[in-house]
Write a protein that binds this ligand. Structure first.
Ligand SMILES: Nc1ncnc2c1ncn2[C@@H]1O[C@@H]2COP(=O)(O)O[C@H]2[C@H]1O
Length: 696
C-alpha cells in the first residue's frame, strides 16, 4: 500500500491548477517527457529518500518536501498559481530557458532503468498495421534466426511470404521458363529450326525448364502462406492443403504431364507434345501482378505485358503462316512464303503486316489461303484494339495527375486574367501551383486518403510525414498517442519566398510545423530577424493557447524561400491538448520562454533608445551653456554663484523639453515612457498569467 502510493506520487505530475484525483499508475512509457516529475529534482529527492521511509510520518514529511520543491519550480512557470517572489536581476528572465535545460538534463541523469524511446522507435509502435504480410508468427521468426533469407527460402519446411522479394524473384524464373516454352514450342513445331544436330541442346533447355516447373509445383507453391480471415497461415500442412484446393494446382499438374515420353514413338521432332507446358499461365499472371504491386511505376509492367501478348499473337500468326506455306508448298504461288531469306523473319514480317493492316498483303489464291487471311485480319483487328486501348489506358492513368494539374493551372490563369488581376499576383499564383506540384505531385491528397478506412488513413499519413514529424520536439517530448491524434488534422500548405505566414496583431487560427524550408520571425518593425525556424520547428502556437492578452499574433513570420508547412487549426489543437495535458505544458513553457525573451528584448531596445536621447540632450545643454558663458563673460555684475544657478536651471529646463519632445513624437510623456519601461521590464521578469485552455 505504502509503496503503491509512493509509485503513484513518482509517476504523476502535480499541476496546481488541477485538482489531484487518485488514478491507477500509468505505464512508464506514457510519461516519457521532461515535464513529468520522473525527471524533476523533486523526483530525484524523493527517490533518494524513499528507501529510508518506513513510517507513515516519514512518508508524509517526504510528500511535503516534494510538494515544496515542485511548487518552487512552478513559481517561474506560466501556470504558477501564486505571485512569484521578487526577481533580482535581468538573468531571471532567461530562467525558463535554464529550467527547460535542467529538466532535460535531469531526464538523462534519471536512474530509471528504461530510457525514453526516441520518436522513430515510437513511430514503429504507432503504426499498427503490418507493413507487409511477412508472417508475424513467432514460430517462423524463431526458425529464421541465424539463417540467411535465401537458405530459409530453400528450406523445404519453411513457409514462404507471397509478397517477399525471394518469391517474386522465383516467379521471374518460372515466368522465364514459361515464356521459353510458349515461344519455342510453336517455333520448333512449325519452323525447321530443330535439327538432329541441335536437338540435345534444345532438350537440355527443355528439361531445365521442366525442373523449375517441378520445383515450383512440389516445393514452392505448397509452402506459400495465405490469409485466412485476416490471419496469415504459415503452418506447412495448411499451406499445402490450400495449394491443392486451388485450380492452379490442377493446371500446374497437367502442365507437368510427361508427354515427352512419347518421343520414343513419334521422335524428338514432335515438339508439340510439350504443349501442356503452356498451361502454367497462372504463374505468368501472378508474376505480373506481383511486379505491379511492388514497382514504383507499374505502367512499365503493364505496357510490357501488353506488348508480350501482341508479339506473341504475331509470333503465332507467323508460325501458322509458315505451317500453311509448308503445307501448300513453299514458293508454289504468290501468297505462300517463297523460302527466301530467314524464314522466321520473313514470316514474322508478313504476320505483322497482316495484323496491323499496314502495307500491301499478298493476294490469297485459294480457299484455304482466303480463310487464313480472314482469320489473320480478324486477329489483327483484335490486336490493334488491344494495343491501342491498353496503351491509351496505361498512359492516361500514368499522366492523369499531371493532366489534372495542367487543367487546374490553366483554369486559374484564365480566371485571374478575366478578373484583370495584377501580373505579379498572377505570377505568384502560377509559381505556387508549380511549387505545390513539384512537392506533392497531386492536389487531391485528401480525396485519396478519405477513401481509406480511418486507421489505414492515419498510418498512411504517419508514414508519409514520418521524416518531418520525427524532428518535431513537441512530439518527441510527449506521448506517441498525441502524434496519432494529430497526424490526420495536419494540412499541408506551401508558401512562396517572402510570403507572410502569420502577421503580428492578427487573430490566430492555426499553428504551423515546418516540413521543409525556413521561416523568419520578424521584429516589431520587421527590420530585424528574431529567429530563423527550420524543419521540424513549431510556431504560431502562442495566440492559440488562450493566454489572457495574447490572443493575437505576437510576431510576423515570413517564409524565407519556398516553405512547406503543416497547418493545425485552433479547434484541432484544443481538442488534442484537452486529452494531452503534458503537450499543453510543453507548449505553455515554450510560449512562456518566447514571451519573456521578446519582452526582455523590447525593454532593452527602449532603454537603449532612451539612453541615446538622454546623452544627445545633455550634449546639447553643455554646448549651450558654453556659448552663453562666452557671451556673458563681459557681464561682470553677475556673481559666479548666480551664473551657476542659472546654468543649472537652463539645463534642467532643456532636459524637460527634450523629454516632452520625445513624448510628443511617440504619443507619450517621458513619465509615461518610464512607466511603460518599468511595466515591460516587470513583465519580462514576472510570470505571465495562468493560461486557460478551453476545455481544461
Ligand atoms: N523570439 C521568438 N523566437 C521564436 N519564435 C517566436 C518568437 N517570437 C514569436 N515567435 C513565434 O511566432 C509566432 C507568431 O504567432 P503567435 O504569437 O501565435 O506565436 C508566435 C511564436 O510561435
Amino acid at each position: 500500500m505504502m509503496f503503491g502510493s509512493l509509485k503513484f506520487m513518482r509517476r504523476h505530475s502535480v499541476h496546481p491548477s488541477v485538482k489531484q484525483v487518485e488514478k491507477p499508475p500509468i505505464p512508464k512509457e506514457t510519461c516519457g517527457s521532461w515535464c513529468t516529475p520522473d525527471s524533476t529534482p523533486a523526483h530525484n529527492t524523493l527517490t533518494q529518500t524513499n528507501s529510508n521511509i518506513e513510517t507513515k510520518t516519514e512518508l508524509q514529511e517526504d510528500v511535503q518536501n516534494k510538494e515544496s520543491i515542485v511548487s518552487q519550480l512552478q513559481k517561474v512557470r506560466l501556470f504558477s498559481p501564486s505571485p512569484p517572489p521578487e526577481y533580482k536581476s535581468d538573468n531571471d528572465i532567461t530562467e525558463a530557458d535554464t529550467e527547460l535545460k535542467e529538466f532535460k538534463n535531469s531526464k538523462s541523469e534519471d536512474n530509471s532503468p528504461e530510457p525514453p524511446p526516441v520518436l522513430e522507435d515510437k513511430l514503429d509502435a504507432i503504426i499498427e498495421t503490418p507493413q507487409s504480410p511477412v508472417p508475424v508468427s513467432p514460430s517462423r521468426k524463431h526458425k529464421c534466426k541465424g539463417f540467411s533469407q535465401l537458405s530459409a527460402f530453400c528450406d523445404p519446411f519453411m513457409p514462404i511470404d507471397p509478397q517477399g522479394r525471394r518469391y517474386i524473384s522465383w516467379l521471374l524464373l518460372v515466368t522465364f521458363c514459361y515464356s521459353y516454352n510458349a515461344w519455342c514450342v510453336a517455333l520448333r513445331a512449325t519452323f525447321p529450326y530443330q535439327t538432329p544436330e541441335n536437338t540435345p541442346y534444345w532438350m537440355v533447355a527443355d528439361y531445365m525448364c521442366d525442373i523449375v516447373y517441378i520445383l515450383d509445383t512440389a516445393f514452392v507453391k505448397p509452402r506459400l502462406m495465405f490469409l485466412n480471415e485476416g490471419f496469415w497461415v504459415d503452418d506447412p500442412a495448411e499451406t499445402r492443403k490450400n495449394y491443392r484446393r486451388k485450380s492452379q494446382y490442377k493446371f500446374d499438374m497437367i502442365s507437368l504431364l510427361p508427354l515427352d515420353l512419347l518421343y520414343i514413338y513419334f521422335g524428338t521432332q514432335k515438339v508439340i507434345l510439350r504443349l501442356p507446358r503452356l498451361l502454367k499461365l497462372q504463374t505468368f499472371w501472378e508474376f505480373h501482378q506481383a511486379m505491379d504491386r511492388v514497382l514504383a511505376s507499374p505502367y512499365v509492367v503493364r505496357i510490357g505485358k501488353t506488348l508480350f501478348y501482341i508479339f506473341y499473337l504475331i509470333h503465332l500468326n507467323a508460325c501458322a503462316y509458315y505451317a500453311m506455306s509448308d503445307y501448300i508448298g513453299l514458293g508454289t504461288n504468290g501468297w505462300v512464303y517463297d523460302n527466301q531469306g530467314s524464314a522466321y523473319i520473313r514470316c514474322f514480317y508478313f504476320a505483322t503486316k497482316t495484323a496491323t493492316s499496314i502495307g500491301k498483303n499478298p493476294k490469297p489464291e485459294n480457299t484455304i489461303e482466303y480463310l487464313f487471311m480472314t482469320a489473320a485480319w480478324l486477329m489483327g483487328v483484335f490486336v490493334f484494339a488491344l494495343l491501342i486501348g491498353q496503351i491509351r489506358d496505361i498512359i492516361a492513368t500514368a499522366t492523369r495527375a499531371r493532366t489534372e494539374y495542367r487543367q487546374t493551372l490553366d483554369g486559374s490563369s484564365r480566371y485571374l486574367r478575366r478578373l484583370n488581376m495584377p501580373v505579379p499576383l498572377q505570377r505568384r499564383v502560377a509559381s505556387w501551383f508549380n511549387y505545390t506540384w513539384s512537392r506533392q505531385r497531386c492536389f487531391d491528397e485528401p480525396r485519396i486518403l478519405n477513401s481509406l478506412p480511418f486507421n489505414m488513413k492515419r498510418d498512411v499519413a504517419l508514414e508519409v510525414h514520418m521524416t518531418t514529424l520525427s524532428k518535431v520536439q513537441l512530439f518527441r517530448d510527449c506521448s506517441a498517442s498525441l502524434l496519432r491524434d494529430l497526424v490526420l488534422q495536419l494540412r499541408p500548405v506551401c508558401f512562396l519566398p517572402g510570403d507572410v505566414v502569420v502577421r503580428r496583431g492578427d487573430v490566430g487560427h492555426q499553428m504551423y510545423i515546418i516540413s521543409s524550408g525556413e521561416c523568419c520571425v520578424m521584429s516589431q518593425d520587421e527590420k530585424e530577424v528574431l529567429a530563423t525556424l527550420q524543419e521540424g520547428s513549431v510556431f504560431g502556437e502562442i495566440s492559440l493557447l488562450g493566454i489572457e492578452g495574447l490572443r493575437r499574433r505576437t510576431a510576423t513570420v515570413r517564409s524565407r524561400g519556398y516553405a512547406s508547412l503543416f497547418a493545425l487549426s485552433r479547434n484541432d489543437l484544443e481538442a488534442a491538448l484537452k486529452h494531452h495535458k503534458q503537450a499543453a505544458q510543453v507548449l505553455r513553457i515554450r510560449a512562456d520562454q518566447i514571451i519573456r525573451e521578446n519582452a526582455a528584448r523590447q525593454a532593452k531596445q527602449r532603454l537603449i533608445r532612451l539612453e541615446a536621447k538622454k546623452s544627445v540632450s545633455i550634449h546639447e545643454d553643455e554646448n549651450t551653456v558654453k556659448r552663453r558663458m562666452s557671451n556673458t563673460s563681459s557681464a561682470s555684475n553677475l556673481t559666479l554663484e548666480g551664473r551657476r544657478q542659472r546654468s543649472a536651471s537652463a539645463m534642467s529646463r532643456r532636459r524637460l523639453s527634450a523629454v516632452s519632445e520625445t513624448g510628443g513624437q511617440e504619443g507619450k510623456t517621458k513619465k509615461d515612457e518610464a512607466a511603460t519601461l518599468a511595466v515591460t521590464c516587470d513583465r519580462a521578469r514576472t510570470p505571465l498569467p495562468t493560461i486557460v485552455l478551453s476545455g481544461d
